[in-house]
Design a protein around this ligand. Structure first.
Ligand SMILES: NC(=O)c1ccc[n+]([C@@H]2O[C@H](COP(=O)([O-])OP(=O)(O)OC[C@H]3O[C@@H](n4cnc5c(N)ncnc54)[C@H](OP(=O)(O)O)[C@@H]3O)[C@@H](O)[C@H]2O)c1
Length: 282
């Protein structure tokens, strides 16, 4: 086993958590995967699953036992997770947790409370990193509403105008997290993580059309229209607000940027959208 000690991976069965777990395990780190449900696939021998629920503080102390570092995924779909995460991090500090790497989104408007406020709490810890990740390319595959609209209606609908985003592969986010959880020379810092290019939805529709052979088009709508659509589709209100908020920020040009943090930290080129789409053909 490595000298890093035990890492607790919250959301360890999710898109980034699975990859973080795998990368840490391959480095010889002892990993505890924390989530409400046991993963469907068997875990790699040596990796342990622990039932952990943000909504059930009775599960929190067990998760922190003999843990040195945490990959922190705040409760998904909770628009104001500060109180529950604050309490957990206080316990973490008392339990001797040294390092925390928080996953957060760069596309949520900065406000005192809400999703971004967790950032400020994490920064009270001895060693911390905050990952401000751009939109995940994974939103175009699987069960995400964007992916469903692409497959079933051949359209991308958003209130993002012609704003661009530096879309990123969630696996690249995970690679950065694994590195920051294990590197010796740590500095407490925020990292804006993007893919290699900033793309508008028109560009993405064209790439998907070319690679998947689907006549995909981008249909821009207003923020109010998008809110109604997503609400009528049955999405929970905090998720609707987060998605539409991200669109509005994108339309303003705030997400039109590219950083080199993935290459600098993970030591490999960030995946391009064309490459990602090619890999997910079919
Ligand atoms: N999608 C994007 O474009 C984007 C961009 C930037 C940042 N992000 C951030 O990425 C985060 C999602 O990360 P991801 O994609 O790696 O995760 P994910 O695939 O959405 O999976 C969520 C994970 O959290 C666990 N979970 C859900 N509710 C929980 C609860 N109440 N208590 C404990 N665990 C719970 C899930 O397992 P169980 O259900 O079994 O508990 C699962 O392991 C979001 O918070 C978002 O802010 C997303």
């Amino acid at each position: 086993m490595s000298a890093i000690g035990t890492v607790l991976v919250t959301g360890g069965t999710g898109q980034t958590g699975r990859v973080v777990t795998d990368l840490l395990h391959r480095r010889g780190v002892y990993v505890i995967v924390a989530s409400r449900n046991h993963p469907r696939e068997p875990l790699t021998p040596g990796v342990r699953h622990l039932r952990f629920d943000w909504a059930d503080p009775a599960t929190h102390d067990d998760a922190l036992r003999e843990v040195d570092s945490i990959y922190l995924l705040p409760p998904p779909l909770d628009a104001d997770p500060v109180n529950v995460v604050d309490g957990f991090l206080r316990r973490a500090r008392d339990a001797g947790v040294r390092r925390t790497v928080l996953l957060n989104s760069s596309a949520f408007p900065l406000r005192a409370r809400g999703l971004h406020a967790v950032r400020l709490t994490v920064q009270q810890l001895p060693e911390w990193s905050v990952l401000l990740a751009s939109g995940f390319m994974q939103n175009f595959v699987g069960t995400h509403p964007t992916a469903v609209a692409v497959r079933e209606r051949h359209e991308i609908v958003a209130a993002a105008g012609d704003g661009r985003t530096g879309w990123i592969d969630a696996a690249d986010v995970a690679a950065v997290a694994a590195e920051l959880l294990t590197r010796a020379d740590h500095d407490n810092r925020e990292h804006v993580l993007t893919g290699p290019e900033a793309l508008a939805y028109d560009d993405m529709a064209a790439t998907i059309a070319a690679e998947w052979g689907l006549p995909v088009r981008y249909r821009p709508v207003t923020a109010a229209e998008r809110t109604v659509q997503l609400t009528e589709a049955g999405l929970p209100r905090p998720f609707v607000d987060a998605l539409v908020g991200a669109d509005v920020l994108t339309a303003s040009g705030a997400e039109d940027r590219v950083t080199t943090e993935v290459a600098q930290i993970a030591g490999r080129a960030a995946t391009s959208f064309a490459e990602f789409v090619r890999r997910h053909r079919g």
